[in-house]
Structures are given as structure tokens and as C-alpha cells.
Design a protein around this ligand. Structure first.
Ligand SMILES: *Cc1c(COP(=O)(O)O)cnc(C)c1O
Length: 441
């Protein structure tokens, strides 16, 4: 092992025995790209204006919409063969050429491991389907897939010499930002609704972020972060308000494609809040197609799943609108998808429509039921956000929009352990000072 990969391997070697991609290529040495960075420019997702990727950007200055990172896909196709992945560690950084990183020494990482795709036969039997998989993102640092986006955003902030970052959060984004900022030695400011799950509040505090509880929603927190930019000199890493969190979330798409041996599943169900993950995966599939890495041009249908307690994307989909209306009042125990207005609404809806998918909401009241059903059938600790995907699956199977023979992938975006509030059951007590009442056990 030589070159820049050497430093990236530290701390990752525990995965070598279980990950086949550690084989060496035919020359006997791991592939080492002569050129790491293929970014050409940034481009507005709405008006198409182009910007210099060597400068710090938030939203498009012209129209206040999100920016895409664009790559020289023709050069990548020539210089980044699939076999380049052989011998690389099982982390998100194995896709380095498809990422915006300029210098591997600037990477801020807690080892963002490749997350397992678990075949769930008991759940499949429950729903009467053949192939049901769960990609378990709860294994990532800070217990949710927000680690992917924040690892990338903080890496790029580090590259640009940014010292102070801030974000509004529904919960997990704050926790992840706080952790990566701590890892990079940056100052972090987190603003969250005062009813954010208590674990999220404490993880931000523990990671040393200046953490504030706001008597409003994430949109109110977002306004505060925006206003503080000038006053406090922090960089705003809000969802889609800087270009790099999408690139981090894009690794979900790259990764699942590789795990499925470049044959994408037929359907992907994804709990949608700000939508970075869904948008990122869709971008990943387009880039992989341009590279010629996919075995078939057929893309998965993206199912954007929400709760009836906060369903702006599902409502816009129903009305055939490209932009979503702010959803009020927004109330769901699935805090990660309590996003009443998403800046990337049109990007989510475009991705859903392009692939022939749907956006739909399932009843808020069913969330604990699905959490328990899925967790107890398979032992996977499913977060309340993912619970809505099971509600959606049931509906779409009934409507015939998903066929029982299809390959279905559900994202478990976070760890159930972070949501004690979502489980209300009182457990029975045993009095150990008295004879045990065995008939009650
Ligand atoms: C943030 C979050 C979501 C929503 O993700 P987006 O990519 O912003 O749509 C879903 N689940 C969990 C656990 C989250 O933290």
C-alpha cells in the first residue's frame, strides 16, 4: 500500500477480512489514480449559472437555489476504471475521484464505513414480497447517515480554511456537524427546535458545539443561522445551502450500486426531509451511467416517503407541482423528516418523477407500529423516519405500484436508539422482594 491511500487506511483495516474489494488488481498493487480531482465547476440546479469550484459558495447568488458539483465525466470515464476500487478501504472515500476532495490530507473522517445491505426475509414474508433489503445507515459515526454529508461538508470547509460552522437541525445533522467540527478543530454552532430528541441535544453538547434550543421549527432555526452569517462570521452548512453535503450523500448511491454488483434495485424507499440523500443518489446513478459502470440503463424508482404529520413533498407530488408549499402545522415524531419547507424541493420531485417513482405520506400514528414490526422481525433498530417507508411499501404493494417480485431497498437512515421519545410503551415491573408471579411472565 503506498501513496495517499496509506493514511486513509489507518483505522479501517478491521474491515479487510470481510470485504472482497480488497483484492489487488492484476499488476499486484492497488490502483493509484494519477489525478484525484475531476471537478470542473459548480452549477445552479435551477438557473444553470456556473461558478468557480475553487471558491466558497452557499446558494446560487443569482436565484438562491442549490448548486451542483459538476465533474469532467469524459475524463473520469477514461481515467477512473471500475478496477480502481480494488484494494481500497471499505469507506466512502473509496470513490475519491467522484468526490470533490482536492487533497486526501484534508479529509476529516471518523471512518465512514460502507454500510451493510441486509436481506430481510422475515419482513419480506410479512409483506409477501421476494426481495426486500434494508441498507443500515445506523452503523455510521453519530448513528445516522448525516455523517456522510457532514464528513464531506466539513472536509471541504477544512480545505477552504473555514474555522467556524453553523447549522439548523431537526436532530441528526447537528450531531454529525458537531462531531466532524470537533474532529477538525472547528467551532460549531447548532440551532434546534426545543422539542428535538434529547439524545440529539446532548450529543451536540458533548461534541463541544454551542447548542441552542429554539421555540420554533427547523425553518426558524435556518433563519437564525442565515442572519448570524454576517454577525458571527460562521459558514452555513444547512441542507443544500452549500454544495458538498449532497456529494457526501451521493456515496449511498455509489455504494449500493457496487454492493449490488452494478445492477441497481427496482425500487428505493427513502424517508424524505430535506431530500439530500434522494437527490444525491439520483446524481450518483447519473454519474455511474456516464462512466459506463451500470449493467443496465434502468434506474430505480425513487419513492419519497413522508409522514402525514409533515408531507410537503407528497402534497406537491399529488398536485403535480414542481415546488412544494410550506407544510403547516408540521408535527411528527420522526424528527429527521420534520422539514416543512425544503430548498431542494424541486430537485427531489424531479428525481422522483424522472425515474417513475412516487412521493407519498403514511399515517403519523402508525410510526411506532412499523418501528416495532420491522425491528422485532429482523433485529435491525429502525428509526422512526424509516418506519414511514414500511407504511409506504404496504400502500404501494396494495395499489400494484410495487410488484412482489421486484428488488426493493429501504434505507434505515438512523439508529432507533437515538429516539427514546418514539417508544411510549411502559414495560412491566417485577418485584424481586416477593415471590415471582410466573403466570405473568
Ligand atoms: C435527516 C434525516 C432524514 C432525512 O434526510 P434528507 O436527506 O434530508 O431527506 C431521514 N432520516 C434521518 C434519521 C435523518 O436524520
Amino acid at each position: 500500500m503506498h501513496g495517499p491511500w496509506k493514511s486513509m487506511l489507518v483505522g479501517c483495516l478491521a474491515g479487510t477480512t470481510i470485504f472482497p474489494a480488497f483484492a489487488l488488481d492484476s499488476s499486484g498493487t492497488p490502483y493509484n489514480s494519477p489525478r484525484m480531482n475531476f471537478v470542473t465547476h459548480l452549477e445552479c440546479a435551477n438557473c444553470g449559472a456556473r461558478y468557480d469550484a475553487d471558491k466558497v459558495h452557499n446558494l446560487c447568488p443569482a436565484c438562491q437555489r442549490p448548486l451542483w458539483v459538476k465533474y469532467d465525466l469524459a475524463a473520469l470515464k477514461q481515467k477512473f476504471p471500475k478496477k480502481a476500487l480494488f484494494g481500497r478501504p471499505p469507506t466512502i472515500w473509496r470513490y475519491l475521484e467522484l468526490l470533490p476532495v482536492r487533497d486526501v490530507n484534508q479529509i476529516v473522517s471518523l471512518t465512514e464505513t460502507i454500510t451493510p445491505i441486509l436481506e430481510t426475509k422475515r419482513l419480506a414474508a410479512h409483506f409477501g414480497v421476494k426481495h426486500l433489503f434494508v441498507k443500515d445507515e445506523s452503523r455510521l459515526p453519530t448513528g445516522s447517515f448525516k455523517a456522510r454529508g457532514m464528513a464531506m461538508a466539513i472536509t471541504m470547509a477544512n480545505h477552504f480554511g473555514i474555522q467556524r460552522v453553523a447549522c439548523p437541525t431537526a436532530g441528526n445533522a447537528g450531531g454529525a456537524m458537531a462531531a466532524y467540527a470537533a474532529r477538525a478543530g472547528m467551532e460549531a454552532y447548532v440551532f434546534m427546535p426545543e422539542d428535538t430528541p434529547v439524545i440529539n441535544q446532548k450529543e451536540c453538547f458533548l461534541a463541544g458545539a454551542k447548542t441552542f434550543l429554539v421555540n420554533g421549527l427547523i425553518t426558524d432555526c435556518g433563519r437564525i443561522v442565515g442572519e448570524g452569517k454576517a454577525k458571527k462570521g460562521w459558514f452555513d452548512v444547512s441542507t443544500l445551502k452549500e454544495p458538498y453535503r449532497i456529494e457526501g450523500k451521493k456515496t449511498m448511491g455509489l455504494e449500493l450500486a457496487e454492493q449490488f454488483d452494478w445492477e441497481l434495485p427496482d425500487v428505493i424507499l427513502y424517508p424524505t426531509g430535506g431530500g439530500t440523500g434522494l437527490i444525491g443518489m439520483w446524481k450518483a446513478f447519473a454519474e455511474l451511467e456516464a462512466l459506463g459502470w451500470l449493467k443496465s440503463p434502468k434506474k430505480p424508482r425513487m419513492i419519497s416517503c413522508q409522514s402525514t404529520g409533515c408531507a410537503p413533498i407528497a402534497e406537491a407530488f399529488k398536485k403535480n407541482d414542481r415546488f412544494a408549499k410550506k407544510f403547516e402545522p408540521a408535527a411528527t415524531i420522526a424528527s429527521g423528516i420534520r422539514v416543512p419547507a425544503a430548498v431542494g424541493d424541486f430537485m427531489i420531485l424531479d428525481a422522483v418523477r424522472e425515474g417513475g417513482g412516487v412521493a407519498l405520506a403514511t399515517p403519523e400514528a402508525d410510526i411506532p407500529k412499523w418501528m416495532r414490526l420491522a425491528s422485532s422481525h429482523e433485529g435491525i433498530a429502525l428509526c422512526p423516519e424509516t418506519a414511514v417507508c414500511f407504511g409506504a411499501l404496504e400502500v404501494l404493494l396494495k395499489e400494484g405500484k410495487i410488484k412482489p417480485s421486484e428488488r426493493i431497498l429501504i434505507f434505515n437512515t438512523g439508529a432507533a436508539q437515538k429516539y427514546p421519545e418514539a417508544v411510549r410503551e411502559q414495560l412491566p415491573h417485577v418485584d424481586c422482594t416477593k415471590p415471582i408471579e410466573w403466570d405473568k411472565i
